[in-house]
Ligand binder design. Structure first.
Ligand code: FES
Length: 145
């Protein structure tokens, strides 16, 4: 393993052990639950918007799952803070995968995208933002509600 991969692995482990944005948000403006049916792991995401009703003021998550799913969701909360619902609806999965930084197998990819899929769904439910077409296959594989 290269030093570079090692560094990314340590960052992932740190997010897993000390997740940012972990917890519940009472009275959230947007929320959704997502489950990865391959393993049963799940995350719930809660969003509070700022005064403009568009900008993400606070985002929290709860759930249980593998290190990749939980660390990726933790990274996601930092990534989307202060962005608008529309911007996050258009956020490419590559932006999150770049944060994760290590190559992932297809199975691991589903783990990594569980939080982002759930967040996009929460925004879709609350704001009617689009679920991009590239996600259609992925969304079918994830059990979202
Ligand atoms: Fe379940 Fe990763 S093994 S989300």
């Amino acid at each position: 393993m290269s030093e570079f991969d090692q560094m990314y692995r340590e960052v992932i482990l740190d997010h897993y052990k000390n997740p940012r944005g972990h917890g519940l948000l009472e009275g959230a403006d947007a929320e959704a639950e997502g489950q990865n049916p391959l393993c049963g792991d799940e995350v719930s995401i809660y969003v509070a918007f700022g005064e403009d009703g568009e900008t993400i003021d606070e985002v929290k998550f709860s759930g249980r799952g593998c290190a990749i799913s939980q660390a990726a969701t933790s990274m996601l909360t930092e990534l989307v803070q202060g962005r608008t619902a529309t911007e996050v609806a258009g956020l490419s999965r590559d932006e999150l995968l770049d944060e994760i930084g290590i190559p992932l197998t297809p199975v691991r990819l589903k783990c990594a995208l569980l939080g982002l899929s759930t967040l996009k769904l929460a925004l879709h439910k609350a704001k009617g933002t689009s679920l991009p077409q590239e996600w259609a296959g992925m969304a079918d594989d994830l059990d979202l509600k």
